[in-house]
Structure formats: C-alpha cells, structure tokens
Design a protein around this ligand. Sequence first.
Ligand code: HEM
Length: 155
Amino acid sequence: MTIELSGRAAHFDEMRQRAERDMAEIGVDAAFIDTLVETFYRRIQAHPTLGPVFDARLAGRWPEHMDKMKRFWSAIAFKNGAYGGKPVQAHLGVQNMTPELFPQWLELFSQTLTEIAPGKAAHDWFMATAERIAKSLTLSLFYNPALDDPARKTM
Ligand code: HEM
C-alpha cells in the first residue's frame, strides 16, 4: 500500500515536473499567467457584448474571479491541482449566455495573446486549450440531442 501510494505520488510529481519544463520551453511561467488573466478580463469588462454578460454576474466579485481564473490556468499549464471547481455548473446560471458569445471570447483571447504572449508557441498552446474547453462548454450548455433527430430534418 505504502509502495503503491509513493509510486502514485512519484508519478504525479513527474507529471508536474514535465508540465513545468514544457511550459518553460514556450516561455510560460506563473507571472505570465497572472498578467494574461488580468489583461484579458480587463478587456472582457470593456467589451461591448461580453462585458455586460460577465458584469451582471460578477459585479463586486471581480477580484475573486480573477484569482480563480489564475488558479484555473495554472492547474492546466502546470498540472499542479491549483483549481478544483466545476466550470459547467458555474456557467449554467449566467444570464444571457448564448453560443454566439464563444467565438467573440476566443477572438478576444487570441488578440490578447498575440499582443502579450512570450511567443507563437505560447499563443498556440493557450488557444488550442481554450478552443477545446469552449467547445466542451458549448456542447454541455447548448447541445440538444432532439435537434439531431433525423425525423425533424424531413419536416
Ligand atoms: C462567452 C463565453 C463565456 C462567458 C460569457 C463566461 C462567463 C463566466 C462567468 C460570468 C463566470 C462567473 C461565474 C460565477 O462565479 O458566478 C465564469 C466562470 C468561469 N469561466 Fe467562463 N465564460 C465564458 C467562457 C469561458 C471559457 C472559454 C472558459 C475556459 C477556457 C471559461 C472558464 C471559466 C472558469 C474556469 C470559471 C470559474 C468556474 C468556477 O466557479 O469554478 N469560461 N464564466
């Protein structure tokens, strides 16, 4: 038992070390994640369509949200377990959330990365990761299997 646990701990430690090396190779460290989150969500707040949707939910709670998003990206980049929330549930209660907002979110994220990421590899890594999550969130929030019913298509 002890041997198995220490084996698992060693495995996680190895995964973490590899993630940190991979991120270091593309110039990503904890300081960059802080800057990215702060810059991106300042732009979100100023965005004509995204801003009001976020602000309706987060007014008075922005510092807490920024902190959570730093832990979220840190957990993905460094595999350090810094975030343990439930993103799908968190988005379920967001008023005026529509599928059309996701491409706008991704566009703003890409523009921000183009300006501040340490290089193209870092830009591409964050974008590929965000696109995967955006797709999965969109499916969880909006996919309705009934709309794929072949019977409906003939109508
Ligand atoms: C148009 C698209 C989006 C909108 C309008 C949106 C809006 C929001 C809002 C208002 C919250 C705060 C919920 C609360 O604390 O009450 C939130 C939380 C969060 N969002 Fe988004 N979001 C969008 C896309 C994304 C994407 C693409 C990602 C990931 C790449 C993401 C990751 C998260 C995470 C991790 C949280 C924290 C969940 C928690 O409480 O643990 N969101 N989002």
